[in-house]
Write a protein that binds this ligand. Structure first.
Ligand code: NI
Length: 177
């Protein structure tokens, strides 16, 4: 397993639409190794999610901690060809960051409750009912597969914040969520 280089904002791979994987792709040793490497890379950089285009692979695949409160014990979920189905029209603003946009945070509106459909790493169909932070992570990562970054979803740039200032002025707000 290895730590992969993460593409940063400005790299064209982050703006392309990624291609779907079929079952024989999923079973290939290359894709299985990519999944393992993506999990290692996400943990190495303390991310809560990582999409394949972020490691220069234009494939519809992401890994993420789909927990309401991700921590060291959270399980990593692998989602291939994800599809987001919002459970309602209710959206909520929340802080997001991105390994491809280092040290920046901003408030992004997302659906509060969704069903996430996709295949697992064995090609088996899965459905996850997600809400709050887990739903946010799934929407953020699925956006990466369509070349969409969280900046694109922000209603206003007024909350765009460097990590130091975020920690200094805004973390208290997040804890009250
Ligand atoms: Ni991201």
């Amino acid at each position: 397993m290895s730590i992969l280089k993460v593409a940063r904002m400005g790299h064209p791979v982050l703006r392309d639409r990624a291609r779907a994987l079929d079952k024989s792709d999923i079973r290939s040793p290359l894709v299985q190794k990519l999944i393992d490497d993506m999990i290692d890379t996400m943990h190495e950089y303390n991310g809560v999610g990582l999409a394949a285009p972020q490691v220069h692979e234009g494939l519809r695949l992401f890994v993420g901690l789909l927990d309401d409160e991700p921590g060291p014990d959270s399980e990593t979920t692998v989602v291939i060809n994800p599809e987001i189905v919002p459970s309602s029209t209710v959206m909520e603003e929340g802080w997001e960051g991105c390994l491809s946009i280092p040290d920046i945070r901003g408030m992004v509106p997302r659906h509060v409750e969704i069903t996430l459909k996709g295949l697992d790493r064995h090609g088996k169909a899965r459905e996850h009912r997600l809400k709050n932070f887990a739903a946010r992570v799934a929407q953020h990562e699925t956006d990466h597969l369509d070349g969409v970054l969280f900046f694109d979803r922000m209603r206003s740039m007024a909350t765009l914040t460097y990590l130091d200032e975020y920690t200094r002025y805004w973390v208290k707000d997040r804890d009250e969520d």
